[in-house]
Design a protein around this ligand. Structure first.
Ligand code: FA5
Length: 342
């Protein structure tokens, strides 16, 4: 820095030099990332041969008064740098501690359980019913929820003035004449028979819509499973045998059923089937009957040659009986406390 003799005003240069060392050291300490960094800085700035020590070496070349002034300043800066190093070291130590704590793994903890979901009870019922019918040689087919008036009513022999066509019962599509949300899965009978020749056995699961008030056993949209079996020689006894086999397999317990005469324009004769478990009330489960000749005609089949039975069962009603649920609306409320039980 200086030669053998300090130049005049050299103390001022030393003070500037000290300021520079101070600023540089402060910056470096702030950026330090490890204790090793700090040790290097300690050596560089306040070590025996560090920057401050070098300045002390020049002090003896200064006149007495200036020497004291620069000496005091150098000591103060040395102390400050030592303090900064100490604070930063403490900071790094606790920071490291915090990271270690955060990343600590307790290997004695049991593994975290992945919660298992389950199928909605109505989906389960749908799958079980499909499987049973598939084992009896039935094919599972689907049809559209948005349907034409022709398939939903006309092709099914429903008279033009039948009350089911009323606004109170059917959700008609606004401004689209002849389009509606299907009120039953029965239109798929005709859709299928138009494209496939008998003998045939199908079941059709699907959502249907009715413009009606809801109560414990009625929803405005619900699921049905339609069944259709057509061959040359099908009778009501075939229907009884198939349905009894289905119900016994589905409920895995004895379920009493009774057939009541019922009117559906697309079957003749027609009946309603009620079911009951020991200790509970009769519940209307399905509508059924022998396919009406006019339905065969609408599908382009000869009613003199073909015979068949059809039925439509409410999947919600099956689920109610199976799980002893007394209100069908519970299936549609998405309450996990209810749904997790299945
Ligand atoms: C029909 O829908 C006919 N298509 C059934 C049919 C098919 C008859 C083939 C003959 C031949 P029904 O409206 O009764 O019929 O409904 C059939 C079943 O759906 C009922 O037995 C019941 O289990 C269920 N169901 C009817 N309305 C509702 C409703 N609002 N909420 C829940 N389930 C219902």
């Amino acid at each position: 820095m200086f030669g053998s003799a300090a130049p005049k005003g050299g103390w001022a240069l030393l003070i500037m030099e000290l300021r520079q060392v101070q600023v540089e050291a402060e910056k470096a300490i702030r950026r330090a990332r490890s204790l090793a960094d700090l040790r290097r800085m300690e050596k560089k700035y306040i070590g025996k041969q560090g920057e401050i020590a070098k300045i002390f070496n020049y002090l003896k070349k200064l006149p007495e008064q200036e020497r004291r002034q620069v000496g005091e300043k150098a000591n103060a800066i040395k102390k400050e740098i030592a303090g900064l190093l100490e604070t930063k070291a403490a900071e790094l130590k606790t920071g490291l501690g915090r990271t270690l704590l955060k990343e600590k793994i307790d290997i004695t903890q049991p593994g975290r359980k992945i919660e298992r979901g389950c199928l909605h009870p109505l989906s389960q019922v749908k799958q079980q019913a499909e499987e049973i019918f598939e084992r009896m040689g039935f094919e599972v087919v689907e049809g559209p929820e948005l349907e034409t008036e022709w398939y939903n009513f006309d092709a099914l022999n429903v008279p033009p003035d039948h009350p089911a066509r009323d606004l109170q019962d059917t959700f008609w599509i606004k401004d689209k004449k002849g389009l509606l949300m299907r009120t039953q899965t029965s239109p798929v009978q005709v859709r299928y028979m138009k494209k496939h020749n008998p003998p045939l056995r199908i079941v059709v699961p699907g959502r249907v819509f009715r413009n009606e008030a809801t109560d414990a056993s009625h929803e405005a949209q619900f699921y049905q499973l339609e069944g259709l079996m057509v061959d040359e020689d099908i009778s009501v006894s075939n229907f009884k045998a198939v349905i009894e086999h289905f119900l016994t397999s589905f409920f895995k317990t004895r379920v009493e059923i009774r057939l009541r005469p019922g009117y559906f324009p697309f079957v003749e004769p027609g009946f309603e089937i009620d079911a009951k478990r020991p200790g509970s009330d009769w519940l209307e489960l399905m509508g059924a009957g022998m396919v009406h000749p006019n339905v065969f005609k609408a599908a382009g089949l000869n009613p003199k040659h073909w015979q068949g039975f059809a039925f439509g069962v409410g999947l919600g009603r099956l689920a109610m009986l199976k799980y002893k649920i007394t209100d069908i609306r519970l299936f549609y409320q998405s309450d996990l406390r209810f749904l997790k039980q299945f």
